[in-house]
Design a protein around this ligand. Sequence first.
Ligand code: SAM
Length: 275
Amino acid sequence: MKEPKLTSPKEVRALLERLAHRPNKGLGQNFLIDANILDIIANTADIQPGEAVLEIGPGLGALTERILPRAGSVSCIEKDPTMVNYLKSRFSDFILIESDALDVDLDGLFAGGITKVAANLPYSVASRLMVEMAECEHRPELMSLTIQKEVADRLVSPEGSKHYGVLSVLTGVFYKNTLVKKISPTCFLPPPKVWSAVVRMERREVPIVGNVEYPVFKNLVKSCFTQRRKQIGTILKKLGVSPVDALLADAGIEHTERPERIGIERWAKLARLLS
Ligand code: SAM
C-alpha cells in the first residue's frame, strides 16, 4: 500500500483515523503538514553526509522522512506507542527509542557521535529539553528546532529586551541562538492556539562560563531573575552576598541595574567572583 503523504491534511486525517488515534494535546501532537516549513527545519540543521542526527518527537515522521536521506544515521525518541508503531511500519534504517525524552541519557547519545538535532519539539517540555541539551558535556554542534514563538522570543532576546531571561542566559552560555522563521498555526494539524517558530542554535566554540563556575552561575541567574524588576544590589544583599558593592564593581555592574539589563558576560564575571 502507498504510504500516506504527510503534507496532505486529507491523508494525515485519514491516517489518524486508520490508526484510531486522536492527537494528544498533553503530548503536544500538532503535526507539521507544511512542506516548506519542514524543508526549512531540515535545511537549517545543515546535515552533512555521514552525520548522526537526533530527532525528538518524530510523531508520524514528516520531518524524519526529510532527515533520513541526508544523514548517516537518525535516532528518534518518541513517547507515544501509536506513533512508535506507525514509525516502525513506515521507516527502516533508523534507531527508535520509545521513551520520554526527559528520561533518556541525552549526553550519552551525543557522546556516541550525534552532532545535530532537528525536531518539532513537544511544547510542554521544549524549554527544559533545550536547557538540558545545552548543558550536556557533549552538546550537539547545531540544533534546528520548532518551538512556540513566545519561547523562541525568550531564547533569542538580548539583554534589555522584555523577553530576556533565564532561558536566554542558560542557553546563550553555550549557543548562539537565532530565529529563522515564524510559523502560522495553519501549518499544523490540528492547528495549535499559538504561533510557532524555527530556531537555530549554533554551539559556541568556547562556552561563556566554564564547568567549574556553571553551578554557581545557574543558581545566581535563576535566583536573580525571579525578582527581575528589583535592583541587583538589593537582590544580592537579600541573598546574603557580601561585600555586594565591591563584587558588583569588579563585575562592572551598577548597584541599581536590573537583572534584565545584565548580559551573559557580566553574569559570568559575577559568578566567577562569587565562586
Ligand atoms: N515531528 C512531528 C511533526 O513535526 O509533525 C510531530 C511533532 S509533535 C509537535 C511532538 C511529538 O513529540 C509528538 O509525536 C509526541 O507524541 C512527542 N512527544 C511528546 N512529549 C514527548 C516526550 N516527553 N518525549 C518524547 N516524545 C514526546
